[in-house]
Structures are given as C-alpha cells and as structure tokens.
Design a protein. Structure first.
Ligand code: HEC
Ligand code: HEC
Ligand code: HEC
Ligand code: HEC
Ligand code: HEC
Ligand code: HEC
Ligand code: HEC
Ligand code: HEC
Length: 435
C-alpha cells in the first residue's frame, strides 16, 4: 500500500512536470498485467460493477480489483479461485473503523441470530442464504468456524459487513451518511426505527431541508448523528433492543415483572429462578448492559448529543419518560406471560418437545411449539407479538419522538393483545374442563 501511494505521488509529480503523455506511459509501466485485465474483462461481462468502482474513492486512490480479490483467478474458467474479501481485508487500510466496529453491537449480528432457537428450525434460504433474518444479521464479523459452516452449506458469499452501509463497489462515505443506508434493516415488524424517525419532526425536518425548503444550516438529526457521532463505528444504546438490564429496578413490582420477562426469554429458569446457559450467551453477545455504570455511560452520551440542539433538562426528561413507559409496558407483558404460564402449569398447554421448560419461550419467536406446527399455540403467538412487536414499539416510538408509534402502534395494541390473551385463556380453561 505504502509503495503504491508513493508510486502515485511520483506519477502525479511526473504529470505536473511532463504532461499527459508521460502519465500514460508511467501508468502502463507501473500497472501489472493482471490488474488491468480484471477490469478489461469484467467491464464487458458486468459493466455495472466496474462503473461503481470507477466512481469510488478507491479508483481515485488506485485501489483496484486485485487489491481486494487477489490474483489467483485469471480467466472465465477459474472464478472459484477468487478471494471474497472479509472485513480484515478492509482493515489492512482502515484499521480505525475496523477496530471501532469490532467493539460495537453491529459486530454481533450474525452470532446473535445464531443464538436464537428459531434460527435452527427455519429454512436455510432465509438464514444462511440471506433472504430473511440472515439478510440483516449478516452484519458482524464471522468466526472461522462460522465461515466453515456456511461453506459446508454451500454458501460462498456475504463475507463482509462493511458493504452493508457503504455498498460495493462504490464504497461511498456519502451513501453511508444518508439515513437510507440504515433503512433496509432498521424497519418493519420489531424495530421500525426508519418509519418512526422519518415521520417524526426530526425526520420530516431532514427531508424538508434536503428538498431545499430549510436552509442547509438548520438542525435536523438523522440516525448517524445520534448513533454514530463523530463517525464512530462502535454503536450501542443504553437499553438496546431487548429493553432489559441489570441490576433489576428498585421498584419491587417492576423488578418482579422483569424477572417474569427474563423467564420467558429462558435466561432465568422458570423452575428455579436461577440463570440458565442462555444467560451466558446474552452476556457474551452484549445483549444487555450488565451494570448500572455501563447503562449510564450510553445514556449520558446520548443526552450530550441531544444537547447539541436541546437543553439537557429537556432531553433527560424526555428519555426518563421513555424509561417509565417501558415500566408500564413491562407490567402488561408480565401479566400476560403469567396467564399463559398458568395454562402450562395446569396442563392445559403441554410443553413442546423442543422447549426448555413448560413455559412460554420467546427464543422461538413466532414458531411457538418449538418449530413443530402441531405443537404451536395461537395464544402464545399473540403473547409473542405483544412482547416483540408492540412492547418494543411503545418505547422505541417514544425514544424516536414518534407519538403515533408510541401510542397506537405500541401501547394501544398491547392492551388489545392483553384482552385477547385473557379471553383466550378463559375459553381454553372452560373447554378443557368440558373435555
Ligand atoms: C477473461 C475474463 C476474466 C478476467 C481476466 C478476470 N475475470 Fe473475474 N470473472 C470472470 C468470469 C466469467 C466470472 C464468473 C462470472 C459469473 O459467475 O457470472 C468472474 C468472477 C469474478 C468474481 C466473482 C466470483 C464469484 O464467486 O462470484 C470476482 C470477485 C472476480 N471475478 C474478480 C476478478 C479479479 C480480481 C480479476 C483480476 C485478478 C479477474 N476477475 C479477472 C472473468 C474474468
Ligand atoms: C489497499 C488499501 C485499501 C483497501 C484494502 C480498502 N481501502 Fe477503502 N480506501 C482506501 C484509501 C486510500 C481511501 C481514500 C482515503 C481514505 O478515505 O482513507 C479509501 C477510502 C474508503 C472510504 C471512504 C470513501 C469516501 O467516499 O470518502 C470507504 C467507505 C472505504 N474506503 C471502505 C473500504 C472497505 C469497506 C474496504 C473493504 C471491502 C476497503 N475500503 C478496502 C484504501 C483501501
Ligand atoms: C429487516 C432486518 C432484520 C430481519 C429480517 C431480522 N432482524 Fe433481528 N435485528 C435486526 C435489527 C436492525 C436489530 C436491532 C434492533 C434494535 O436494536 O432495535 C435486530 C435485533 C435482533 C436481536 C437482538 C440482538 C441484541 O443484541 O439485542 C436478535 C436476537 C435478532 N434480531 C434475531 C433475529 C432472528 C432470529 C430473525 C429471524 C427470525 C431476525 N432477527 C430477523 C434486523 C433484522
Ligand atoms: C475495496 C475492496 C474491493 C475492490 C477494490 C473490489 N471489490 Fe469486488 N467485492 C468486494 C467485496 C467486499 C465483495 C463482497 C464479498 C462477499 O460478499 O463475500 C465483492 C464482491 C465482488 C463480486 C461478487 C459479488 C457480486 O455482486 O457479483 C464480484 C463479481 C466483484 N466483487 C468484482 C470486482 C471487480 C471486477 C473489481 C474491480 C473493478 C472489484 N470487485 C473491486 C470488495 C472489493
Ligand atoms: C435524535 C436522536 C436519534 C435519532 C435521529 C435516531 N435515534 Fe435511534 N435512538 C435514540 C435514542 C434516545 C434511543 C434510546 C436510547 C436508550 O436506550 O437510552 C435510540 C434507540 C435506538 C435503537 C435501539 C432500540 C430502540 O429503538 O430503542 C436503535 C436500533 C436505533 N435507535 C436506531 C436508529 C435508526 C436506524 C435511526 C434512523 C432511522 C435512529 N435510530 C434515529 C435516538 C435517536
Ligand atoms: C452502520 C453503517 C456502517 C457500517 C456497517 C460501516 N460503516 Fe464505515 N462509515 C459509516 C458512516 C456513517 C461513515 C461516515 C462517518 C462520518 O464521517 O461521520 C463511515 C465512514 C467510513 C470511512 C471514511 C472515514 C473518513 O472520515 O474518511 C471509512 C474508511 C469506513 N467508513 C470504513 C468502514 C469499514 C472498514 C467498515 C467495516 C469494518 C465500515 N466502514 C462499516 C457507516 C458504516
Ligand atoms: C445490514 C443490516 C443493518 C444495517 C444496514 C444497519 N444495521 Fe444497525 N443493526 C443491525 C443488527 C442486526 C443489529 C443488532 C446486532 C446484534 O445482534 O447485536 C443492529 C444494531 C444497531 C444498534 C444497536 C442497538 C442496541 O442494541 O443498542 C444501533 C444503534 C444501530 N444498529 C444503528 C444503525 C444505524 C444508525 C445504521 C445506519 C447508519 C444501521 N444501524 C445500519 C443491522 C443493520
Ligand atoms: C441536530 C439537532 C437536534 C438533535 C441532536 C436532537 N433534536 Fe430533538 N428536535 C430538533 C428540532 C429542530 C425539533 C423540532 C422542534 C419543534 O417541533 O418546534 C426537535 C423536536 C424534538 C421533540 C418534539 C418537539 C417538542 O418540542 O416536544 C422532542 C421530544 C425531541 N426533539 C427530543 C430529542 C431528544 C431526546 C434528542 C436526543 C436523543 C434530540 N431531540 C436530539 C432538533 C434536534
């Protein structure tokens, strides 16, 4: 790399002194045969790919195909010999971003997907093949063991998560700075941050400014301003996705509700109340902040970001109300979990073969029954929806300043789920007695 840079400085100097003709000669002398042949051949067979590369900073910097893909593949017959570069190849020149990325939550996407029980009962096309969960959870550096598993399943691609925000082969910083770079993954069922942000005042201002109706200097925060301040690739929030943390809250009712939720996550044993093996997993994958300090560190960082435009007091109050909505949501959720757990306790629901306990298991997502369609129950699917879709929207909507998501798509739907679970449980009990 260093060699090449000094070579291009030499070329530029030569250019200044000797003119364009000289440059052409210098280039053809400097460039090995294989480097130009990649482009020449690929320009014909996949012009779109090469056009993207030509528009990139890499092209300007003389970083070419073989710098990332190696030189083992030379013609139409031996494409299987090519290197499909992982993040470590990028790290050779971008150590800073790589090191930050490794420390942040994005690095755990693939491992946390694989830690879920549901992943192992769903079609491979949606997981390893990237057509479903795996298309978003490809984010994260895979271990050598994980890569080997993928190859054994016939999956050769998706070895790199750097191209999730600055896509290949433009590898553009501007693209990654646009909130639409986050949209594909941060949308939809259980994490509609895109929908929440884009229809909030923060988002609508950003779009209005983009269309030129507000001056360039006006304040309009986008995802990256709050979650990647100063371009830092280490991302993490205080509560995270799961919205639980340690130590348990001081409020006794809230603490009890949290314990109930942790049992449904299979992190605490419903039988003994003790941590299970899953506790080790969520700890290793940084799912939850395990100390008050690590939670506060992220919270204070966020408040400092809000403070670029709002008063500290305004921002703190806003986030504290979000916390307390989480407490309300936990109350309803725990109550609903207890109703379904009661059906297991009384033998009205029977433990699916794959479940760890005779208790709801959120790690199977919508595949209640542990992937066995005959053992799935509707009431538990409603419970899962309440936890994963509506509970999350209640606080995610609040934190992203979206009143409609927090209320109608979140809290209001939780009360609807609660009523459905209660009525269903009563019916199930009544028909069970009749049989
Ligand atoms: C003579 C033509 C030719 C040359 C020269 C050539 N390639 Fe290819 N390359 C191909 C063809 C054909 C494929 C397979 C395309 C397909 O599957 O549609 C391919 C595939 C690839 C792939 C994708 C591999 C995969 O598994 O999908 C990469 C990356 C690649 N080439 C990079 C390079 C690099 C780097 C060089 C130079 C060192 C190079 N190519 C030189 C023709 C060429
Ligand atoms: C051989 C060195 C080298 C490799 C390997 C390399 N890059 Fe770069 N990259 C550069 C240089 C040089 C620049 C321009 C200076 C800078 O921004 O650091 C650059 C710039 C960038 C930029 C900023 C682009 C912009 O619009 O300003 C991004 C993003 C980027 N690279 C991503 C990647 C990714 C992702 C990989 C791995 C797939 C990668 N790079 C591999 C050398 C490299
Ligand atoms: C549309 C993209 C997308 C799909 C599809 C998707 N996820 Fe996610 N997943 C995400 C995003 C984004 C997050 C982080 C959300 C947040 O923090 O609010 C996430 C978070 C998670 C987490 C929590 C990680 C943590 O540290 O808290 C788990 C576990 C998970 N997903 C598993 C799955 C499983 C299993 C599937 C398929 C059944 C799936 N995801 C489908 C994008 C996706
Ligand atoms: C800065 C690094 C970098 C450079 C330079 C680069 N590539 Fe790639 N390329 C990648 C990455 C990363 C992937 C995705 C690998 C994966 O998913 O496993 C990729 C994938 C590919 C693929 C297969 C996937 C697809 O979309 O078809 C082809 C073909 C390809 N590159 C061709 C080229 C050609 C031709 C050049 C030169 C014009 C080039 N690449 C230059 C990083 C690079
Ligand atoms: C004005 C600042 C701000 C903007 C803009 C913003 N967020 Fe957030 N985000 C927050 C706050 C505050 C939290 C909650 C932090 C906490 O747990 O204390 C949060 C939480 C998250 C989480 C964790 C789960 C959750 O939703 O609570 C994800 C993932 C996330 N944001 C992604 C995004 C994405 C993607 C965008 C853009 C579409 C975005 N955010 C825009 C401030 C922002
Ligand atoms: C979650 C989205 C995302 C992912 C994933 C991501 N980046 Fe970035 N990257 C960004 C954003 C946003 C910026 C612009 C930061 C800024 O300037 O504020 C950026 C900027 C860069 C730059 C240009 C730095 C500069 O200031 O010139 C490089 C180089 C880079 N990223 C490399 C990488 C590498 C290497 C990886 C993989 C380890 C990676 N990125 C993964 C979002 C991402
Ligand atoms: C390819 C999909 C993908 C893209 C693109 C993406 N993310 Fe994520 N993001 C994820 C996944 C998956 C997770 C959960 C990782 C895990 O398992 O811990 C996540 C987690 C996060 C978290 C951490 C939430 C927590 O638990 O604390 C934040 C914040 C976040 N993303 C912000 C962003 C921003 C901002 C962008 C755009 C610049 C972005 N993401 C782009 C998939 C993506
Ligand atoms: C880059 C500047 C900027 C940042 C950073 C920012 N905001 Fe805002 N925010 C605004 C603007 C501008 C408005 C629109 C004000 C209005 O409605 O008159 C707004 C509106 C709001 C509103 C709704 C309007 C109101 O008066 O009640 C809330 C709540 C809010 N922001 C909270 C936050 C929180 C919490 C953070 C940090 C997580 C944050 N903002 C970060 C600029 C910002």
């Amino acid at each position: 790399m260093r060699l090449r840079k000094s070579a291009s400085i030499l070329i530029i100097t030569t250019f200044v002194i000797g003119g364009a003709l000289f440059l052409n000669e210098a280039l053809s002398e400097e460039t090995p045969e294989s480097k130009t042949s990649c482009v020449q051949c690929h320009e014909k067979i996949m012009p779109g790919q090469v056009a993207d590369w030509r528009s990139s900073r890499h092209f300007e910097e003389d970083i070419t195909c073989s710098d990332c893909h190696g030189e083992n593949h030379k013609n139409e017959e031996d494409a299987n010999l090519v290197t499909l570069p992982d993040e470590r190849v990028c790290a050779e020149c971008h150590e800073e971003q790589f090191e930050q990325f490794v420390k942040g939550k994005h690095n755990f996407g693939w491992s946390s997907l694989n830690a879920m029980a549901v992943t192992h009962v769903e079609p491979d096309e949606l997981m390893e093949g990237g057509g479903g969960c795996g298309g978003c959870h490809n984010m994260g550096i895979k271990t050598d063991v994980q890569k080997k598993e993928l190859r054994e399943k016939g999956q050769r691609y998706r070895n790199n998560s750097c191209d999730e925000c600055h896509t290949r082969h433009s590898f553009s910083k501007k693209e990654a700075l646009d909130p639409r770079a986050c949209q594909q993954c941060h949308m939809g069922y259980d994490h509609p941050q895109w929908e929440m942000w884009s229809s909030s005042k923060h988002g609508s201002r950003w779009f209005t400014r983009k269309d030129g109706y507000l001056p360039e200097s006006s304040a309009a925060p986008k995802c990256q301003d709050c979650h990647m301040p100063e371009g830092n690739h280490e991302n993490r929030t205080a509560w995270g996705f799961m919205g639980v943390r340690l130590p348990l809250p001081e409020d006794p009712q809230w603490a009890a509700d949290r314990v109930t939720i942790l049992k449904a996550l299979g992190v605490l044993s419903p039988e003994t109340g003790k941590p299970t093996k899953r506790y080790e997993t969520i700890k290793a994958l940084d799912f939850v902040r395990l100390t008050q300090e690590s939670w506060e560190k992220e919270r204070e960082k966020m408040i400092k970001t809000c403070n670029k435009c709002h008063s500290i007091d305004f921002a703190r109050k806003q986030l504290e109300m979000g916390d307390s909505m989480m407490k309300n949501a936990d109350r309803l959720t725990a109550d609903a979990i207890n109703m379904v757990a009661g059906l297991y306790a009384d033998g009205i629901l029977t433990k699916p073969d794959n479940y760890l306990f005779a208790y709801p298991d959120f790690f199977y997502f919508m595949r209640t029954g542990g992937g066995n369609l005959e053992q799935a129950s509707h009431i538990e699917q409603v419970l899962f929806q309440m936890y994963m879709k509506h509970r999350m929207r209640t606080y995610q909507g609040f934190f992203h300043v979206n009143p409609d998501y927090a209320y109608w798509y979140g809290w209001a739907m939780m009360t609807k789920d609660h009523a459905e679970i209660r009525e269903n449980a009563e019916t199930m009990r009544a028909t069970y007695k009749l049989n």
